[in-house]
Design a protein around this ligand. Sequence first.
Ligand code: DAH
Length: 341
Amino acid sequence: MLTQLDELHTQSLAQLKQAETTAVLETWYKETLGRKGSIYLMTRQIGSLSAAERPLFGQRINKVKKELEAAYENRLAELKASELQAKMEASAIDVTLPGRKQRQGRLHIATQTLRQIYAIWADMGFQVYRSRDVETDEYNFELLNIPQHHPARDMWDTFHTTTPGVILRTHTSPGQIHAMREYYPEPIRVILPGMCYRYEQVTARSELQFHQVEGLAVGKNITMTDLKGTLTDFARRMFGAQRQVRFRANYFPFTEPSAEMDVECIICDGDGCNVCKYTGWVEILGCGMVHPNVLRNGGYDPAIYSGFAFGMGPERIAMLKYRIDDIRYFWGNDLRFLEQF
Ligand code: DAH
């Protein structure tokens, strides 16, 4: 009986080695270790042994069973691996692998708003004119009709550099002089977007850096009606065709007359809310007819030419449109904010 068992052991192991597929292997398992398999049948024969022989035979058959089980598991793992290998070689893509997720970037909300503004002005024939962030006192103030020691300078708290007379621009208006000096005597229709810097306490409403989009039109016979019509059209395109606007007289040294334009509050539709401070209107830009001194400083004779100009804050416009209640979010670099747009 023991020799018979040994024979069965070696024979089964040999068969196992020959099994080339998992299907063959399963049949082997059934026939060898299964409920009616050869090992089982041999176990049944234990009754024909003498009581003295039984324990030894029992031990041996258990050992053989364990070894065969282990050999089966090994062979199964081998075959599974080689079958997977063969499958992968047969087809070029392994569709069982999870895909790699593409991280999608996006434009900053300020850039998105700027591009929307560019598109509207481009439609109306205005080109983008780039101008420098670092300016001289002369361009930022004097040529814009704001002399040294003029009280109007209080409107712009300025960052000075260590070079006397060189500052960070406090508004995009100095670009008007650069554009005029470059284009003279051609008519001008440009917008001048860019970052501005002010030495101010940072609060929910004011940052020390922010964008502005300046606009300038210079030519013959340009009047206040052109300014009103053009800016009204801009507001309708930006905020919706039904949107009302109003102009309020104001003071800027580089325009005469000067005004501020309000749009009907886009949050409450003019009914009054905390964004418009219950007036129904929100201010979005300053504007006016270019001051004769400024035209002259740009090279244009105010007796022949006239023009209008305006300056708006795209972050303020985005804050209104999306109800952002704190301007510090824009440059705070918090993804929880940025990913909302
Ligand atoms: N430069 C002004 C500011 O920073 C904004 C402004 C007002 C620009 C009127 C203009 C203008 O061109 O005509 O507050």
